[in-house]
Design a protein around this ligand. Sequence first.
Ligand SMILES: [Zn+2]
Length: 83
Amino acid sequence: MEVEPKRMKSDLCAQIDDQVIELHVFKRVQDTSLQEHLEICPKCQARTDEYRSFVSVLRRALYMLYEREGRAEQYIISRSNDS
Ligand SMILES: [Zn+2]
């Protein structure tokens, strides 16, 4: 059966919620079709970038907190999951 690309694309966009974006940022998306979509869709890429900058702000805040509590090492460990 033929799949109309445009329709498939928008359907996938609708399936991609913040949780999927989060998984994508950490390269943990299991679903191949979702992953492929995330790599090609400008709209979802924009959402991913937005999430990435959110994460980096969060990390900075977390690091400051850890540092204040003398737990900066823990921060470095939690960071190693990311590339
Ligand atoms: Zn999309």
